[in-house]
Design a protein around this ligand. Structure first.
Ligand code: FES
Length: 85
């Protein structure tokens, strides 16, 4: 399955970069160019990094701090209003 359509990079290629030590989207990009054009694949790259033990991105850490996401994974389960209307 393709992760980055702009550069035709597959999920397996991204996982190979992770296995070779890439632990940030920037390092993934350096290895295979994924995420260096439109950027729409960066969140999927971040998710793949998270699935393989990398620290969640700063936005995910902030979401976890605010109680909007799981602290371990950084995955946001649902968007809910911060205060009642
Ligand atoms: S889909 Fe990856 S940079 Fe556009």
């Amino acid at each position: 399955m393709y992760v980055c359509m702009c550069h035709a990079v597959t999920e397996d290629q991204v996982k190979k970069q992770i296995e070779n030590g890439a632990d940030t989207p920037r390092r993934i990009a350096k290895g295979c160019k994924a995420g260096t054009d439109c950027g729409s694949c960066v969140r999927r790259i971040q998710a793949l990094l998270g699935e393989h033990g990398a620290r969640p991105c700063p936005t995910a850490r902030l979401a976890a701090k605010l109680g909007l996401a799981e602290p371990e994974t950084g995955l946001v389960e649902a968007v809910r209003p911060l205060r009642a209307a």
